[in-house]
Design a protein around this ligand. Structure first.
Ligand SMILES: CC(C)(COP(=O)(O)OP(=O)(O)OC[C@H]1O[C@@H](n2cnc3c(N)ncnc32)[C@H](O)[C@@H]1OP(=O)(O)O)[C@@H](O)C(=O)NCCC(=O)NCCS
Length: 160
């Protein structure tokens, strides 16, 4: 099914559809600005966003970057109507090829605890738990308190 779908780097005109897709796929959090994330990835010289097109529509997307040692995959999304047809695997394969082409030997990705259901997908693709804990700190002092509050509010609303 995913054969009729083409993969290509994001264009400016794709951004609203990609952000809408990420929102529908539950990937946006109040403390992240997806438009700014796309801009940083594209401007960095070591990141990109790949979109999956079906006709005029966008049915998948993934952000890829690297720090010279490891590649990173973010915002992997396949439209709910297009799932289980191999497109998620294809997008991850594209991310891997992008890293290999730059001599980056490893790839990392984060799975939010509330999204643990997706682990079986990544395991099917050969990804494994690093047995590491991912730590985080906001570098913008103006955002520290606001992010803490946004994260606490988000966590309080998660189903238990
Ligand atoms: C995760 C996601 C990208 C998978 O896309 P997809 O196009 O349905 O995946 P594929 O069809 O390529 O599936 C590849 C393999 O994973 C399996 N798989 C896919 N989704 C799965 C799930 N939720 N649970 C278990 N296995 C799954 C498929 O059965 C397939 O296995 P197979 O090759 O042995 O047949 C899609 O479900 C999605 O967009 N989810 C919401 C966003 C998200 O959570 N992104 C990841 C953030 S870390």
């Amino acid at each position: 099914m995913s054969d009729a779908i083409t993969l290509a780097p994001i264009t400016d005109g794709d951004i609203p559809a990609v952000v809408d897709l990420w929102a529908r796929c539950g990937l946006i959090r109040p403390w992240n600005d997806p438009i700014e994330d796309i801009r940083i990835a594209r401007d960095s010289g070591h990141g990109t966003v790949v979109v999956a097109r079906a006709g005029e529509g966008i049915v998948g997307a993934v952000m890829i970057g690297h720090d010279g040692h490891r590649g990173a995959v973010y915002y992997l999304a396949v439209d709910p109507e297009a799932r289980l047809g191999g497109l998620g695997r294809r997008l991850v394969g594209e991310a891997e090829a992008w890293c290999r082409a730059r001599g980056v030997p490893k790839i990392n990705l984060l799975v939010r605890k509330e999204n643990a259901g997706v682990l079986a997908f990544y395991e099917a693709l050969g990804f494994a738990d690093t047995h590491s804990v991912c730590l985080y700190r906001t570098l913008d002092p103006d955002k520290v308190e606001r992010e803490k509050a946004q994260k606490a509010a988000w966590a309080a609303n998660l189903p238990r």
